[in-house]
Design a protein around this ligand. Structure first.
Ligand SMILES: *Cc1c(COP(=O)(O)O)cnc(C)c1O
Length: 364
């Protein structure tokens, strides 16, 4: 149940050698029934999505429309995203979840002889894509407080840079001035900023797109828009980068976004008021939870995300993970160097977080 990837080479006579070598990403547990569970392990929203997005699913004739292929370009959706960020529609690319957008970005920009730079502690899909696309990874250590040391990225002959901002699973935010330093360090290479959690208190780098031809910003509807089940992510950057992504996408799958998802996502993106309100609720709950856990002696990394990264006092993170699971609360534990004493706890409702705090008090 903890996050250990099997590094045993698997074997099967029918598999290609490449597949036998893969060490796939292991997602957080998605239990069959969540009825009695408090699920704080995969950073989903505790609240349902925008009523305007939900209303799309009630529209007459929606299912009958499925006989047609969807718009391969998701034009209306791209135009809506562009308008929201003051960009042109040809500066937006959409994909089936931001994981798919990331995959196309790795293939389009990072598949080169030089190594890709990213933090040693970060989203664990990055090394998986490196293996899948045969890209050399160069992991740069975070400082002891888990902040990113931008000066370490002054590596000659890098193939590109990728990092989440806020970082995952630490929740730490890197100010835009430092993102600009990264962009200036590698003017001939793409710098991808994966902003899956940016709406929970950070400032998006999307405002820098017009000044930096090497910047690609990636967003998802899975976290702040409460649409993890819809599978929708997008990238924003200058048109020449978007064209690169489209070349990869149209060499793989012309129709990655179904017609219903395009409509729901368009309504969700247009409802900015709902987004702001939803994030404000999550942020308020995050701050109360941090205060309660800090008082109990937890060591918490400053978070601008919809989760916190916390080191428990007295007992090991693994022991607390197990004890919480016995009390029907699931959080995420990473059995990896440097972070094995921390738990990543998604922010739920106030009631769910009160239950978590109470359970921790009992265990400790
Ligand atoms: C959740 C997450 C994603 C993936 O989001 P999907 O759109 O659901 O595929 C990408 N990057 C980071 C850092 C994430 O935490």
């Amino acid at each position: 149940m903890s996050d250990q990837m099997s590094d045993q080479p698997q074997d099967n006579p029918f598999w290609s050698p490449a597949v036998a070598q893969l060490q796939p990403y292991v997602p957080g547990e998605q239990p069959k029934t969540t009825a009695r569970l408090i699920k704080l392990n995969t950073n989903e929203s505790p609240y349902p999505p925008s009523p305007k997005a939900q209303a799309v699913l009630q529209q007459e004739g929606l299912a009958a429309h499925l006989r047609l292929y969807p718009d391969p370009e998701s034009a209306e959706l791209c135009a809506t995203i562009a308008a929201e960020f003051g960009l042109q529609p040809d500066q937006v690319f959409v994909g089936n979840g931001s994981d798919e957008v990331l995959a196309h970005a790795f293939y389009s920009f990072f598949k080169r002889p030089e190594p890709l730079l990213f933090p040693d502690i970060t989203y664990s899909f990055y090394p998986v894509y490196c293996q899948f696309f045969e890209i050399e990874a160069r992991k740069l250590p975070l400082r002891d407080d888990f902040s990113i040391a931008v000066e370490d990225y002054a590596v000659e002959n890098a193939g590109g840079v990728i990092l989440p901002n806020p970082n995952a699973p630490t929740g730490r935010y890197l100010p835009l001035a430092e993102i600009e330093q990264l962009l200036q360090l590698h003017p001939q290479r793409v710098v991808v900023i994966d902003e899956a959690y940016i709406d929970f208190g950070g400032e998006s780098a999307a405002t820098l797109i017009d000044r930096y031809p090497n910047l690609l910003v990636i967003h998802t509807l899975s976290k702040s828009h409460a649409l993890a089940g819809l599978r929708l992510g997008y990238a924003m950057g200058q048109a020449h980068l978007i064209e690169g992504l489209n070349r990869a996408k149209n060499s793989f799958n012309s129709y990655p976004i179904d017609g219903i998802a395009q409509k729901v996502a368009t309504a969700a993106i247009a409802d900015r008021a709902w987004l702001v309100d939803n994030c404000a609720k999550v942020i308020a709950t995050r701050e109360r939870t941090c205060a309660a856990l800090t008082e109990m002696g937890f060591d918490i990394v400053p978070s601008k995300a919809n989760f916190i990264f916390a080191k428990p006092p007295k007992i090991s993170a693994e022991a607390l993970f197990v004890a919480l699971r016995e009390r029907n609360i699931i959080v995420r534990y990473f059995n990896k160097p440097r972070i094995s004493e921390y738990l990543r706890i998604s922010i739920g409702t106030d009631e769910e977080m009160d239950a978590l705090v109470e359970a921790c008090r009992e265990v400790l």
